[in-house]
Design a protein around this ligand. Sequence first.
Ligand SMILES: [Zn+2]
Ligand SMILES: [Zn+2]
Length: 444
Amino acid sequence: MWLLLKNGRIIDPSQGIDQTGDLLIEDGRIAGIGRPAPGEPDSEIRPSGTPLLTKEGSGEVLDCTGLVIAPGLIDMHVHLREPGYEHKETIATGARAAAAGGFTTIVGMPNTKPAIDNRAVVEYVTNEGKRADVHVLTTGAATKGNDGAEMSEIGDMIDAGAVAISDDAFPVQSADLMRRVMEYSRMFDVPLLAHCEDKTLTQDAVMNEGINSTILGLRPWPRQAEEIMVTRNIMLSELTGCRLHIQHVSTAGSVEAIRQAKAKGVKVTCETCPQYFSLTDAALSTYDTNAKMNPPLRTDADVEAIKAGLKDGTIDAIATDHAPHSLEDKQVELQYAAFGIVGLETALPLVITNLVKPGVVSLSEAIAKMTKAPSSILSSSKDRCGAGTLAEGAIADVTVIDPDAKVTVKSAEFKSMARNTPFEGLELTGKAVKTIVAGRVVNE
Ligand SMILES: [Zn+2]
Ligand SMILES: [Zn+2]
């Protein structure tokens, strides 16, 4: 079986490719990239000097004129809620949402119930993931039961297939415990994905501390809660040599701290999410619970700093922090509402609309932050990720993008079980037309 993606703009940052041409997929793998010979668009897709590709058996041609052919997008920060919260999302529905949004690989966070904190749960999630529409990878929790008190069996979880360790949703408060988690993560050569929040500063906090929290009379969440822990974790990374990856960067101070750490040679990477370059805390002025998230939406100056960090490479990756919740979790007063928004089905249009179209980053740079960067952050000596490339012989995970398509966000049409988006009704540009996982189109 073959599939020929014809005459698209092929963008593969992992190989430095940005050219018009064809991509051939055979038996679930990338068979080659080339430029169609003049007058014979189907006959030869490789440059001269390499063997002609002959397509044996049956196959299909997909005209990609005007479209972009990219490596399958990777979202390294997703909450799949299974096991334990299947009323919010399951691995199967989260994967379906990923496919709809153009993601071919997603990485689940460990704050499930039971927590993904031991070999058995890692194996359960991995096995369920194998039946899903996209590749589902998992992280392991930094501490047992996410209690922040006792380190989990990190080696066991890595051995069972976890690709990283994370304290997401339950940030480790003790510096000593975090140091040991980092030492073990280093020993097993996996990155530590850190949710940076000093909980003593955020008790019952609802939104960013500033003029808007004062006007709205809502309990404030100072930016320092994030920046103190970003700085602490950078220092612990220096101490331990652990590969530290900072999750969902939301403030100008965090961006600057990471920029300085990178300049010093600290092994730190980071991600931001579309909400942090698309919205500010003004979105809470209508008391919309869908604008409540952790970390909270910040200010215009932070949005500008996030964009500058994306542009100069301080911010390596774009992830979604897809956090599905049931209506009951959100249809309550702001102060009681759950934190988080769904992100898988709005990420790509938000990136294209708010970053690429205004020229903050090029389309190729944006794709790099959603393919090559997360793949390289997650790759260890065991090379567990392996995705994010159109290299010959690679598993054929491909996202075909229409960068000019007009889309309106309609949560009722989401494949996710959840509807908690602050972007309802927004008109955006850009969408994933085809999501191809191991050679198979999965978004239809
Ligand atoms: Zn988090
Ligand atoms: Zn998260």
